[in-house]
Unconditional design. Sequence first.
Length: 566
Amino acid sequence: MYDLVIRNGKIIDGSGAPAFTGDVAVSDGIIRAVGEVAQPGTREIDAGGHLVTPGFVDVHTHYDGQIIWDPQLESSALHGVTTIMIGNCGVGVAPARPGAEKLMMKVLEDVEDIPVDVLNAGIEWNWESFPEYLDTLDKQPRAIDVATQIAHIPLRCYVMGERGLRNEPASEQDIEQMHDLVKEALEAGALGFTTSRTELHVTGDGQVVPGTVAKVDELAGIARALKGTEGGIFGVVSDFKEWRTEMDWMKQISIDTGRPVYYLVVFREPGDYDKSREQLAYVREAAKEGAQLIPHVPTRPINMVMGFDSTYHPFCWHAGFAEIADLPYPQRLKKLQDPEVRKKILGDPQELFGDPTMMFPQEEVPCYEPTADKSVAAQAAREGVDVKELTYDLMLQDEGRQMLFYPVYGYDSGDLSVQKEFLEAEGTVVSLADGGAHNCILADASTPTYMLSYWTRDRERGERFTVEQVVKMQAADTARAIGLGDRGMLGVGMKADINIIDYDKIQIGKAQLRYDLPANGKRLFQGSQGYIATFVSGVLTYDAGAATGAMPGRLVRGNRSAPRAH
């Protein structure tokens, strides 16, 4: 008798193969049979023709701090995610010398919009080395699995102190020590190393974060720790201003170490589209030389969700708003509703933060591919009202909870055709959901649900993906990209991470601010509907969208091989 049998499901196994009707049997957290299962299960679920998919693997999150106090990680877990990877973009919390915790928290606040007060209240810094950090994670219960990477920012500060923070060149001794610490982290279970080389990541005083301008000898010296490993990966976020130069050293690191190097595809300017296409061609040519370069692609434009209580909004630089900005939100809202305060803020000659032709009121079902006629500017023109006044009044709707969607980068064409082109390009990986980061700016942890609902069913402005394609993209493909061959597919011997989904009802919710972080910190939250059940290692973690309280999630130490075919 099996522990669990899911019967009569529309099985999307993650391979990209067409769906088929069948059963899935599980025992001891492992899938034992897929297809027609004759034997009974201790627990049986009739999926009734609903989708049965692998659990989703999110390769780009920033829960490095939040994972300490939040065992549920609902920003991701509510969207069918059963494995996350942290330590991205060179940002992390280990290693950290005693007394340097404030520095790490300040970087997280400046780069990832996670307030120091929240981190200070939520984290008990009981580690110094990266292996000690992993030991801390290993002891904690959680609903989903977590894989880690060691990040350049804390590593550089740990080894070089103030010199590292000031981005001074690393000495040979510095590089050797960073190499040894990365090797130690990999041996303890980290999946890889990441670094930031983008000017978007700056500290509060306007300086780029440690490692941004690191020389190639530093990066290559650190990367040597990956050589000979079975699962080590090297991750980069870069502005790619001299993109060939950047790609050349990335290619060489991959060839020299025999390990994959992945990079984020970010469209900051219209010209970046052609540059990114050239990079894809470079990746294909580099593969002929033995390099493994993996582009990570976002599913939405780089965006902000803006309201009167978010980090940024159209009036955040107005003097009249600054006078009330520090009030608790209920009091601030009353002030904002006061005609005299409204008049003072609107009378400020300061330009709006953001372009109103690219601001879109959030609909009940959020749209990330809006047409130009839905913008605040277009609405103001139709109604013959001042665009600043309309913007102000829109954000006061729904008792001050209305949000504006503002695509900052990657929406120059006014649709998602470029995103689709790169998502379906050979060798690219779905990424950049950013769960746990930019807490009051965006809510992209809902990406897996959005991919299923919008990209396969609801999109009307262009071609869609098939359900089979999307499941493969965010389960099997993401799992393989980070060296986890034991999950992401429904097959015999695979880890029993499973979603049962009502495809007709699958949908993302409206983004809203919640005040449920430590120290009453706030975050943007976006729920979901349509998930009938989610299992992690065969244990029911979500039942009809509600957490069961089960904590089968584990720290993933090192890569995982796919089970042998029988």
